[in-house]
Design a protein around this ligand. Structure first.
Ligand code: UDP
Length: 340
């Protein structure tokens, strides 16, 4: 059987992708530079599934390295997760983001073209929409990102469109999907892989670390937004659902085509709602302080997930916030120091 290449497969979302593909019986090869990923995540997948997952340590944008892997493993399908993904950090260190997210994608796509990859699923982001005029956000909403992170991803969407067009003209095959993630949260419900960032900046793990006593408190970034409780509203999608969408989309890609889908549940939760849910799930108090707004945070973001439902019949199944939080809590309690 041909292998699937998963870039960034040792990271939070990518490792959930590797786990799912391995569970489904696919041969998987991972390219990950282990800058933010964990070798142990791959080992955990191997143990849990009894399969061998090859981990190639290197950059997804290293054309020669990746082309060699693609040819050796006969890869036709790629899931490209490898990226830097912190909005705030991208403002401070834009060149690192354009290098890791934009340039690397070009090297990867050169390798894919040379080695005859036919299907490509790209981790894009709702940050490509910037501050939308209205919510829910549909795929037709203009994409005008307000951070280097969002721009670094949008550029890749544009490159992919041009590559597909060139392939169409040449009569070759190249189908891709840009999946625009909203807020990905939760962990594998069987506890095989999870979320381990250092430093952690995402709300759900931060709140749970505070519940566990691993940090003193959570700072709520802004309580004066024009939202029902004054705090920011986001669309939290469970990572297993997110990966399920990748599998569905990859299976649907044919010939030369371009698809773009929002991945969210279509409902927003405020920061305070996340804190309350964490207190319910953990049975512990989460110490909170109210702080100023974080630069670049739009007040309300949630998806219109109708397009992928209409076209592929796919929708998120885990719709209960407490279930999302509980899966992250189970992982954190079992791995308070991450994979270490
Ligand atoms: N947030 C917060 N305190 C934190 C981390 C995040 O209030 O310590 C808020 C943040 O302002 C945003 C929401 O939680 O409104 C989700 O932030 P996160 O960084 O998890 O994801 P983002 O929406 O930036 O992709």
């Amino acid at each position: 059987m041909a292998s699937v290449l998963v870039t960034g497969g040792a990271g939070y979302i990518g490792s959930h992708g590797v786990l799912r593909l391995a569970r489904d019986g696919h041969e998987v090869v991972v390219v990950d530079n282990l800058v933010r990923g964990h070798r142990e995540a791959i080992a955990a997948v191997e143990r849990a599934t009894g399969t061998r997952v090859e981990l190639v340590e290197g950059d997804a944008g290293d054309r020669a390295l990746v082309e060699g892997v693609l040819r050796r493993r006969g890869v036709r399908d790629v899931m490209h997760f490898a990226a830097l993904a912190y909005v705030g950090e991208s403002v401070e260190r834009p060149l690192e983001y354009y290098r890791a997210n934009t340039s690397a994608a070009i090297g990867l796509l050169e390798a894919c073209e040379a080695a005859g990859v036919e299907r490509f699923v790209f981790s894009s982001t709702c940050a490509t929409y910037g501050e939308p005029a209205a919510v829910p956000i549909a795929e037709t909403c203009p994409q005008s990102p307000i951070s280097p992170y969002g721009r670094s991803k949008l550029m890749v969407e544009r490159v992919l469109a041009d590559v597909a067009e060139s392939r169409r003209r040449a009569g070759g095959a190249f189908a891709y999907a840009a999946l625009r993630y909203f807020n990905v949260a939760g962990c594998d419900r069987a506890g095989v892989v999870g979320e381990a960032h250092d430093p952690e900046t995402h709300l759900v793990p931060i709140v749970l670390q505070a519940a566990l006593g691993l940090r003193d408190r959570v700072t709520i970034f802004g309580t004066d937004y024009a939202t029902p409780d004054g705090t920011c509203v986001r669309d939290y999608i469970h990572v297993e659902d997110l990966i399920d969408a990748h599998v569905r989309v990859l299976g649907a890609l044919r010939g030369v085509e371009e698809r773009a889908y929002n991945l969210g549940i279509g409902r927003g939760h405020s920061v305070r709602e996340i804190v309350s849910a964490a207190e319910r799930v953990t049975g512990r108090r989460v110490p909170v302080v109210e702080g100023p707004r974080r630069a670049g945070d739009p007040p309300r973001l949630f998806a219109d997930p109708g397009k992928i439902r209409r076209e592929l019949g796919w929708e998120a199944r885990i719709r209960d916030l407490d279930e999302i939080i509980a899966s992250a809590w189970n992982w954190l309690r079992a791995h308070p120091k991450g994979y270490a």
